[in-house]
Design a protein around this ligand. Structure first.
Ligand code: 8IG
Length: 272
């Protein structure tokens, strides 16, 4: 399926096509939990279980290769110790890539079409709370969608109360009681915020700023999945920190936090 064909197709038909391809290639008829790996989370899936199949995202209908260093372009089927099947999406499409919001949520819709009942969204982001040193994982309690768009089309009035499952957040705090929570504001990017925009985000109630997750969470809820979100604060947001942001800093903070967040993620998934 070419990109043009994808854009002209019904997005749920495209997701079913991708799910059929994944079932065929992995030999797994149905997956239970989907995991989207964001910046800094690339290696975090290693402890979840045994990888039984690895697919290149660009082979799967409607998926495209990622364009950002530090993002992995593979989709893996992982068997957990508890016998659950996890679909690990290392290939997120960001809104700033300009491929449209349908492309952004195609992975999430595909995950639902493969049978997933739970969606775990991870990301690397900026933090507004000075107590969150680079490398701090933070649970997402809610979001503010600042993209001025939605993955839903037409009269699709979906309730977003408790979008980020309080049940799964409690499970996460059983694993690590020190986990803080924050409200994630999705900006479009790809530029980082100005200090004034960070202050605006703070005043409207955000404590995390990033370029993903909210649109995917909405699509996940619409598709009937229970959504869990966890951010890795890789940098203090612009103006909160006295030093300017760099993508290298982001990658380094992610690498340093690797072992802790890998263990955390594996233990949360084991409890689902
Ligand atoms: I990693 O400070 C990462 N992603 N919008 N702001 C936004 N996205 C981010 C940031 C940040 N850090």
């Amino acid at each position: 399926m070419s990109y043009t064909e994808f854009l002209n197709a019904d997005p749920f038909d495209a997701a079913r096509d991708a799910a059929a391809y994944i079932a065929e290639e992995t030999g797994v008829d149905s997956h239970d939990v989907a995991l989207v790996l964001g910046s800094g989370w690339g290696d975090a899936a290693e402890l979840i279980g045994e990888t039984t199949a690895t697919l290149s995202a660009s082979e799967i209908p409607g998926f495209t290769a990622p364009s950002v260093e530090g993002h992995v372009g593979t989709i893996r089927s992982v068997l957990t110790k508890e016998g659950k099947r996890a679909l690990v999406l290392g290939a997120r499409t960001h809104y700033y890539e300009g491929k449209g919001v349908r492309s952004v949520v195609h992975g999430v819709r595909t995950a639902a079409a493969t049978g997933c009942k739970t969606l775990v969204l991870t990301n690397g982001c900026g933090g507004l709370n000075e107590d969150w040193a680079p490398g701090t994982p933070v649970l997402i309690s809610d979001h503010i969608n600042l993209t001025a768009t939605s993955p839903l089309e037409g009269a699709t009035f979906v309730d977003l109360t408790d979008l980020y499952s309080s049940r799964i957040r409690s499970l996460a705090r059983e694993v690590d009681p020190s986990l803080d929570e924050g409200v994630y504001a999705q900006f479009t990017g790809p530029h980082y915020e100005t200090p004034a925009e960070v202050q605006y985000a703070k005043r409207i109630g955000a404590s995390l700023v990033g370029m993903s997750t909210a649109l995917e969470a909405i699509a996940g809820r619409h598709a009937g999945m229970e959504v869990f979100g966890i951010s890795l604060v890789t940098n203090l947001a612009a103006g909160i920190s006295p030093v300017p942001l760099s993508h290298e800093e982001v990658l380094e903070a992610g690498q340093a936090a690797g072992p802790r967040i890998s263990k955390l993620l594996a233990e949360i998934i084991a409890k689902l």
